[in-house]
Each structure stands twice: as C-alpha cells, then as structure tokens.
Design a protein around this ligand. Structure first.
Ligand code: MG
Length: 263
C-alpha cells in the first residue's frame, strides 16, 4: 500500500533529504585521487550525526557501513573499503539518513580527476535520465511514465538499463511502495497522486544491462565490467507537480570551486 504524505510530513522529509544533500556536498569537497573510501564513510557518518540524524543504511538489512560507494563497474551497493580512488575512476555515493522518523536517500556519481570523455558522457546522460523521469512525476500520470522516460533516454544513447534494482517509495521506511523501475511502458503502474514521495534513481550501464552480485552479498557489478552511473533524488508530488526534496546544489558549488567535472 502506498503511504501518501501530508504537507507536514513532506516538510520533515525535505529536512532529511537536505541532510543527505549536504553530506554529499561534503563528499564532493573530499573526493579526489588517493582518497580512501573508509575515510569518506567515517566523515559522512560524523556529519550526519552532527546534524541530529542517523545514517539510514547502517544496519539496514544488516548493511555494515554508513554510506555506499560504488566504483567504476560497481553499479550500486558497494561497501566502503580501504581502496583508494584514482584519477579516471567514477564513484557513486549513495547516502541515507533518518531524522524525525523519516528517511532521506539520494545519490550522485562523481568523476575522480580526469575521466574518459565516454565515461563523462555516461554520467551526463544518467543525470539527464533522472531529470526526465522527475518531469513525469505529475498527478494523473502513472509510474510507468517515469520509467519509460528514463529508459528511452538511456537506450537512445546505447546504454544498458539495469532491471534488477529499482527506485522506490520513501517515508517512514527506506523502501516503501511503489517500486519505480527505470524501464517500463507509458500508462502502466500505480497512478501518481498528491502526497506521493519516491526516490527516483536511474542506474545506467555503459554496456550490457546485465549485472552480477559479488560474493560480499552486496556489491552489484556490470556483467561486462564496463562502468555504470547512478543518480538519485527524493521527489514529492505537491500541488500535482514534482517537487525535488533533495538538491545537488551543495555538490555543484564544491565541484565549481575545484574546477572538477560538472555534469
Ligand atoms: Mg534509493
């Protein structure tokens, strides 16, 4: 059953989403060559707690860390290790928090140093997929309209759209109804109504859409080891229209300062 949110609940959800946004901004200021993923995890954990929230992923389904870091061919659910980032890597950072009983959950894929132009294009198109999906989250549409928009744009560029993992409703639980697949048909799926809050999160592969899970029981990788990108926003339906509760503003400010790749 879909749990539609009141205006007051949406405000609380915005607060949680914005803590994630600020934590991702902090990540943007730290990510670079030689940076260790465990250090990012520790920094994010402290920052989230300093903001009166708790990390939303830590302990969720027994997940062992506070954030998710997925490098290159890792699609999602990469567990931070002492791996050091290198120039040319991409790293998807997915962060969840819980505050006032509501979750925030969003993600951004960062380029480390100089990345191959083909990889930069993958990041740009995946972010565009997210924007196009969000545009469809209007009252009267169905979830399939969101899914279709994401899939169309990715496949137009020859990319693979992951089927096994999907976006989701968000609220008092990290994963609520409805599922928000990144593939689908127009006019299908749940009707979009006032108060719906979902995490829309395209996971787009440069090559095959097929994925595998590593033996750690978490990390999802592309079957052909080509890179994959992931961008996610928390979006509410307010006055019939999509309202993005999270923001990439803090990330973009940092990346501009560093003259890093902005997609
Ligand atoms: Mg999510």
């Amino acid at each position: 059953m879909i749990q539609y949110k009141t205006k007051e609940e949406i405000e609380l959800m915005r607060e949680s989403a914005q803590i994630v946004s600020k934590t991702l901004g902090l990540m943007a200021s730290k990510i670079g060559e030689g940076v260790n993923l465990l250090d990012l995890d520790k920094l994010a954990d402290e920052f989230i707690r300093d903001h009166g929230a708790v990390p939303g992923f830590l302990g969720l389904y027994d997940y062992p860390k506070s954030i998710i870091t997925s490098v290159n061919e890792q699609v999602v659910h990469g567990i931070p290790t002492d791996r050091e980032l290198r120039s040319g890597d991409i790293v998807g950072v997915d962060i969840g928090v819980l505050k006032n009983g509501f979750y925030g959950d969003h993600a951004y894929t960062f380029a480390v140093g100089e990345v191959d132009p083909k990889v930069a294009q993958l990041l740009k198109v995946t972010k565009e997929c997210l924007d196009l999906g969000i545009e469809q989250l209007v009252e009267g549409n169905r979830i399939g309209d969101v899914s279709f928009a994401v899939q169309q744009h990715a496949e137009k560029h020859g990319y693979g759209v992951v089927r096994e993992l999907v976006g989701h409703g968000l609220g008092r639980k990290m994963h609520e109804s409805p599922e928000v697949p990144n593939f689908g048909k127009r006019g299908r799926g749940s009707k979009i109504k006032e108060g719906l809050v979902v995490a829309i999160e395209p996971m787009i592969n440069m090559g095959t859409r097929r994925v595998l899970q590593l033996n750690d029981g978490w990390t999802i990788v592309t079957a052909d080891k080509q890179p994959s990108a992931h961008f996610e926003h928390d979006v509410a339906v307010v006055n019939g229209k999509p309202e993005i509760l999270s923001t990439f503003k803090f990330i973009e400010e940092e990346l501009q300062k560093q003259n890093s790749l902005l997609v």
